[in-house]
Design a protein around this ligand. Sequence first.
Ligand code: CA
Length: 226
Amino acid sequence: MRLLLIEDDVMIGEAASQALRDAAWAVDWVRDLRAARLALQAAEHDAVLLDLGLADGDGCELLQQLRKSGNAVPVIIVTARDNTPDRIRGLDLGADDYVVKPFEIDELMARLRAVMRRKNGQALPILDNGRLSLDPASHEARSAQGHFILSAREFALLQTLLQAPGRIFSRGQLESSIYGWGEEIESNMVDFLIHALRKKLGAELIRNVRGAGWYVEKSASGDIGG
Ligand code: CA
């Protein structure tokens, strides 16, 4: 999963980037609106953390533009502005959540997980396709072979697949969900991770379509609500 962090405070930006990477997010960190617009054009993001007070304008301008253009990417405003009118305005402009600085990083991460669940139309916190399940809070995966705590990158890759069962992801799409800007992409990493996941969870659970990519199967019908 790839996240755009728009934050001009270096200390907060560094702390948040590190915590997000530890939680297996690929992070693109930018410090003003101009760079944010370029980043949004250059890559597809799964979530945005948006500071409001930025050197070249107000984060609400960007939020407004995103929603006007039909971009529904989940946005959490993260700002020092704690008065009620600002909160109301941010949410009404289309933010999915509003966090006031200073914040606990663990709470921000939990809010991010909640926003991602809603994005995927899920109420349950666990990703599950009937044969394979994954807990985004603990990075624990379960299959018929048992349960395993995954490494950050194993988790990132499996989360991408399990959030859209049945959809085929190319090597480039999987790499983009693992690596943020400036991180060197290791050429065999996707194969390495798929191999490791198959070994732990079961070889047949991650399918390959030659020349196209990888996917996990959709749930069998009838197991909703189980
Ligand atoms: Ca700021």
